[in-house]
Design a protein around this ligand. Structure first.
Ligand SMILES: *Cc1c(COP(=O)(O)O)cnc(C)c1O
Length: 472
């Protein structure tokens, strides 16, 4: 349990989690949490890409997801640039697959296409978005532990460049589909390496109690390789794949996973006389949601990963295969904030006599379920104006019929917040819109992209007609 969940209640009030410090200036922005063009104008109003949030709220309404287009594309391009440079000498560069599950819509898929990335999808629906955006099949990877026949067929039909196989059943299904369509399906084997990583900790065990992939420890992964090779030419084995977790801040988990998976890669070379041309090390690179988080820049990440791969390949006597990675959160997350309007402010008496201030906004767990689902931490700021009032420890909650409908558990916000104020929550570009729902029949907010003083809707707001559209 997190330290602050135990309830750090003091005689003089609740002080929040230990990492949260009362700010000197309640209007100050902690820059690492925000997209690069976000700042306060001289009038104190938050602006992004040269557009103020008061204008955004007026034009598009609240709540709204606001993406800094240059920030999103800049982060994507930085991954491509640093990984191709740093891995150039080892394996001629590395490929960056944007993990579409973090957030995908047609316009985002176009950015990914135009900016030289590859794209990971994990469902027929995500594949449909990629196809609509004109993403070439060769630059798409398809994941999923239980892809349907229709999904596999669509992937083979579109010429998806790598299908990451996840079960023995799927190997046979995919081979049959490829044979029937007269195609050769390129595949990677999803290997469970027994490493589970999250933030600064990782657990390395022999086994992994989860649904994805083929176990390294039981020999299933080696058996999957044999069966795929036996399905040649309908299946064409490109390499091995591992993905060890999410919101990871250092490379020690990748080190153990690379060591284990390269041992299998070398075993395949010995047993079958083939050095597989590719190796995917997955995604999971962490971002800052609060001042507690201190992510590694892509350059350091790439340098450390390159050193690990180089060392482990030498140790195993194999050439370095073409490396790929799959960042989702680290590209999409920091590019976006959610803009809300305050509806109510309440003081609530806690056990022990302290007060907690609840600020209710016009969205909540339907547009950001991460707090409720993962006990995630977020930050917030008063966005529509600056304030000279004192900072007050505040909980920002949504409007849903659920007491767990919390957006930001603890944040210092100015004492003078009232209904009608705008609040911005940064770091909501990944796994927020993607995990959104229509809970309580709440229409989903739009996604607004801002760049060079221009704001445009890239996913429109849902309407009551949208909510009713499926009812027969
Ligand atoms: C979710 C996922 C990713 C992306 O994870 P992030 O934490 O968003 O970087 C990459 N690869 C696979 C296989 C995934 O399931």
């Amino acid at each position: 349990m997190r330290a602050h969940e135990a309830g750090a209640l003091h005689a003089d009030g609740y002080r929040g989690p230990t990492w949260l410090h009362q700010p000197q200036d309640v209007n100050a922005l902690h820059s690492i949490l925000w997209a690069s063009s976000v700042g306060r104008s001289t009038d104190g109003v938050l602006a992004v890409g040269g557009v103020s949030v008061t204008d955004l709220a007026q034009q598009f309404g609240t709540p709204a997801y606001v993406v800094d287009e240059a920030d999103f594309r800049g982060r994507a391009a930085e991954f491509v640039r640093t990984y191709s440079e740093i891995f150039d000498g080892l394996c001629g560069g590395a490929d960056v697959y944007y993990a579409g599950k973090a957030f995908l819509c047609t316009e985002i898929a176009r950015w990914i296409r135009d900016d030289g990335l590859f794209l990971d999808v994990c469902s027929g629906g995500e594949l449909a978005v990629a196809i609509r955006a004109g993403m070439p099949g060769a630059r798409i990877g398809m994941h999923g532990n239980n892809k349907s026949l229709a999904e596999l067929e669509a992937a083979v039909d579109y010429g998806v460049g790598r299908i990451i196989v996840d079960s023995f059943e799927e190997i046979d299904r995919l081979a049959a589909i490829a044979a029937r369509l007269g195609r050769s399906a390129p595949v990677l084997v999803r290997v469970t390496v027994g490493v589970e990583a999250h933030t600064h900790e990782f657990i390395a065990t022999a086994h992994e109690d989860q649904k994805f992939g083929f176990s390294l420890a039981t020999g299933d992964a080696a058996e999957a390789v044999r069966r795929i090779l036996a399905h040649a030419p309908h299946l064409r084995l490109l390499g091995l794949h591992s993905h060890i977790g999410s919101q990871i801040f250092d490379t020690s988990g990748y080190e153990v996973s690379a060591r284990r998976i390269l041992r299998l890669h070398a075993q395949v070379a010995r047993e079958h006389g083939i050095e597989l041309p590719e190796l995917d090390l997955g995604g999971g690179f962490g971002i800052a949601y609060t001042s507690e988080h201190d992510p590694l820049p892509p350059k350091s990440l790439a340098a450390e990963m390159a050193e690990i791969v180089d060392r482990e390949c030498r140790a195993n006597g194999v050439a370095v295969p073409r490396i790929s990675i799959e960042p989702g959160r680290a590209i999409a997350g920091p590019s976006t904030f959610t803009l809300y309007e305050v509806g109510t402010v309440k003081q609530v008496r806690l056990d022990g006599g302290a007060n907690r201030r609840y600020v209710s906004v016009d969205g909540g767990m339907s547009d950001n379920v991460r707090t409720a689902l993962y006990d995630a931490d977020f930050s917030a700021t008063l966005a529509g104006r600056a304030s000279s009032a004192a900072p007050v420890l505040t909980r920002v909650v949504g409007k849903h019929c659920e007491s767990g409908d919390i957006v930001v558990k603890d944040e210092f916000l100015p004492a003078d917040i009232v209904a009608g104020d705008l609040i911005a929550v940064p770091g909501t570009g990944a796994y927020c819109r993607a995990l959104s729902s229509q809970y309580n029949h709440t229409p989903r907010p739009p996604v607004v992209a801002v760049r060079d003083g221009q704001a445009r809707v890239i996913v429109r707001r849902e309407t009551v007609d949208d909510l009713l559209a499926l009812d027969v």
